[in-house]
Design a protein. Structure first.
Length: 257
């Protein structure tokens, strides 16, 4: 059983694009796009660029705002952290959780990620849970085991309704920022596997509705092929999203796929 799922393209700007660079970026992007139709777009700026992006998006249809991270604490003495209510104040809809850079460079464990999932959902925002194996884990044939554990621990004890409000991004660590994209076969196999685990954790209707992003060196050249795989519903784009022309090209490919 396959249901049509609306494509979704997310731009993860990471630690790039300052607040003063947002307006020129958006002007160029919107000029190239003309109309955003039949695809959802999420912009995920740095925390300091969130207010400006939020302000500029109030008059733009079809683009939603995402944050790159969230604190697992509500409020208080947590220097340097950003809380769920601070994000809600800026009209953030989505939160990226467990990006591989957070896992590998900042030591985020599945347990912390699970706390962040609950915090996001409790505050009525929608998490994008990132999962994916390292090169070593793929070489030793452990990729499915790793992905399954990330999913089970990240989503544990969530209600059906909460899982319905979650998206997953499959981002093999070896493909992020390296120019080495997973083949369509590798990516499709991983997405199919992820959907089967989501079915086990919820039910077939929830898993069929859930939109799954692929991330890792997506460009205007490979986007179409990746997005035409049956279980790949979108792309989480890093490097190629920093240039509004190339990001627009990727969104246009999604519109026509
Ligand atoms: P990339 O990053 O497109 O530069 O590989 C993707 C990501 O980390 O989300």
């Amino acid at each position: 059983m396959t249901l049509p799922r609306k494509k979704i393209i997310s731009a993860n700007w990471k630690m790039n694009i300052t607040a003063s660079e947002v307006a020129p970026y958006l002007t160029t992007f919107l000029e190239e796009m003309k109309q955003i139709d039949g695809v959802d777009v999420i912009l995920i700026p740095s925390f300091t660029s969130l207010p400006k992006t939020s302000e500029l998006l109030t008059t733009t249809q079809g683009i939603r705002l995402g944050a790159q991270n969230i604190s697992s604490y509500d409020k208080g003495a947590f220097t340097g952290e950003i809380s769920a209510s601070m994000l809600r104040d800026l009209f953030v809809h989505h939160v990226l959780i467990g990006h591989s850079e957070r896992r590998h460079l900042f030591g985020e464990t599945n347990a912390v990620i699970h706390e962040k999932m609950k915090m996001t959902l409790r505050n009525e925002m929608k998490p994008i849970l990132c999962v994916g194996e390292t090169l070593e884990e793929r070489r030793t044939g452990k990729e499915k085991q790793v992905i399954e554990q990330q999913l089970r621990e990240g989503l544990q004890d969530l209600s059906l309704d909460q899982i319905d409000n979650t998206m997953i991004a499959y981002e093999p660590v070896w493909a992020i920022g390296t120019g080495q994209t997973a083949t369509v076969e590798q990516a499709q196999e991983a997405h199919f596997f992820i959907r089967s685990i989501i079915t086990e954790l919820s039910n077939i209707s929830t898993s069929q509705k859930m939109r799954l992003h692929y991330g890792g060196s997506v460009t205007p050249h490979n986007a179409e092929e990746l997005l035409s795989a049956p279980d790949i519903d979108g792309a989480l784009v890093g490097s190629a999203s920093l240039d509004p022309h190339s990001f627009a090209k990727i969104v246009l490919k999604a519109q026509s796929t």
